[in-house]
Design a protein around this ligand. Sequence first.
Ligand code: UD1
Length: 352
Amino acid sequence: MKVLHIVGARPNFMKLAPVLNALKSRENVAQTLVHTGQHYDANMSDVFFEQLGIPAPDVNLSVGSGSHARQTAEIMTRFEPVLLEQKPDIVLVYGDVNSTVAAALVCAKLGVRVGHVEAGLRSFDRTMPEEINRLVTDQLADILFTPSGDGDINLQKEGIAAEKIFRVGNVMIDSLVKLLPVARSRNFDGVPERYALVTLHRPANVDDSRVLKSILQSLLEVSHDLTVVFPAHPRSRQRISEFGLKTDQLRLLDPLPYVDFLCLQSRAQVVITDSGGIQEETTYLGVPCLTLRENTERPLTVTLGTNVLVGRDPEKLRSELSLVLAGKQKKGTIPPLWDGHAGERIAAILAE
Ligand code: UD1
């Protein structure tokens, strides 16, 4: 069996690694890796490949940045000849980024089977570009690997046949389980014992100057109680400088490698974020997470885990933070099948 994996953006390298590794130990499986180049900075891509033990891509489409239409179209145009040449039996796409939907569309048009890893997540908010990517990718996929039961229900409501859905658990947690011991043994210079770890990059939060200014104002308030450590996504850094906003009281860092970020996450008093994956990682780690979004496609992190949606309400952020500071934070549990073996389950299903 010939499997072609295609990835392009930071959050999906952690999902690829466990599947790739699990398939390596299967007989008669040949694997090809395509990087779209959606994320191209060394600290957004290369360093993740190194730390996660992913081999260098066989093909790099080098698409780079652009508007959604342009980036998606560019990936499609450049991926089509690669697919025609490689002739895989199945293409695996990951997560919900533009690279995911673009690749799924090319496969569907050429009649190549597609497996979607991390299928079925829904925020029910179509203003999020990722929600459009999820809906379209899941409609096109032939095999859908879901992380949890809510995913199965969402897919069936959208008319997807139950035979195509496989609940395998959370692949991103596989990478976390594997590298947590390494992360825990790291020394991280220049960060105090108590700190709030912040990440921010959603267009809805960073592309509007008033919204971004108000979030930075809230973070400034947080910094009165805890050092605010903020590894900034390139997009957020660009906006902060474009809008001329002040961040003097915050400890801004460049984007961090996977293991370093995991180390900081595991020791943080609290994580404040608008990321999807970090809501899950903090739930696994039992670290309080305050999410700067009105909704989440990962509802288990709220119902079972340590996640609280604070939206863009500074008052809610303040009150939730004081609970954390008083040691009265939400206690969570780890959802079923977030056990470090999701990649192996995917490999077993594919091998059958
Ligand atoms: C993408 C995903 C988002 C994911 C995020 C993680 C989509 C629609 N969104 O958003 O789901 O959570 O990745 O990071 O696919 N840039 C660089 N260097 C890079 C990559 C990006 O400077 O290596 C800058 C560029 O100016 C670019 C901007 O960041 O225009 C946004 O990058 P892009 O990949 O378009 O989207 P993300 O915001 O990263």
